[in-house]
Design a binder for this molecule. Sequence first.
Ligand code: SF4
Length: 387
Amino acid sequence: MTWTEPSSTATALLLLGRGSDPSSEKGVDCPGELPAPSDPDLVARAAAAKAALGDRLFVLGHHYQRDEVIQFADVTGDSFKLARDAAARPQAEYIVFCGVHFMAESADILTAPEQRVILPDLAAGCSMADMAVLGQVEKAWDRLGELGLADGTVPITYMNSSADIKGFVGRSGGTVCTSSNAERALRWAFERGERVIFLPDQHLGRNTAVLQLGLSLDDCVLYDPHKPHGGLTPEQLTSAKVILWRGHCSVHGRFSLDSVREVRERVPGVNVLVHPECKHEVVLAADHVGSTEYIIRTIEAAPAGSKWAIGTELNLVRRLGNAHPDKQIMFLDRTVCYCSTMNRIDLPHLVWALEELVAGRVVNEITVDADTAHHARVALAQMLALP
Ligand code: SF4
């Protein structure tokens, strides 16, 4: 694999989250004295703190996390698997979530009240989750109500959304979905209503509706929360089968048709494997599309000598490349791009959070209020009950 390391990443990460809204997924500055990133003892300090906490601690590591952090994870996985793993570990008093804010919220929703969920850096948010804010979604729902369409509309939210949005969906008779079960969620919704409003990732919604349910692009409309009435006429909303929220992942949204063309020219025989958060034209041009877990399984099952250009987060692609040296694995784009908010969880933040726990202080705890958590659990339970 050939990698071009970004020179500006460190600066960009330092600037992220400064002075931002505490209720935002982009988070806020982290309080406390962090160890210096240059401290040569960080690995030993993290290991010592983890050992001191023993079974009282459970560390979750999302697939997109850095290697330096993943080495301390008790389990790795996607956001939903990790939240369920945490719920299955009732003896763990502290759940340290190496991921982003909405994931830690989901862990808090699914774990017992006495279990405390910690996000080592509060500035680790998700730009996609931030693109659907409760007030905006309620306004869109009210608009559907004014037009007499709310009763026939089923809301679906992707796991990558705030607890507020999951709570809204639970209150409104909808479901959560992941990138693995979005097709089942849409089919379930169409048995209950004439249309779906899909939050917050337009690409997952569009790719699933068109490629898996066989709907046309004209069946989908794009609701822009920054325009009056979403930028849609009553006729457009009435005739739509899928109302896509104007949100996207800033990492997966970067891959373009040119990225696919360029890698095919450069690497004859390459297989292009992408995540459904990529744009529709990229997914159409790819050879395989699927969730993070699907991507991992596909690479594990691939024959030695095969060539793969993967369109997902760079930490995962790099780890897959290191784990499968008999296969040629490359990042789909020439420009490298990490999820900058995922990358905020680094060793200094992890060491700081763990050492504070050893000292009896819980820092950066993520809590979801009881009412929101209740309704979010309804939407998550509905997902688990999908046929
Ligand atoms: S990779 Fe995309 S969807 Fe995932 S946390 Fe980062 S911005 Fe959010």
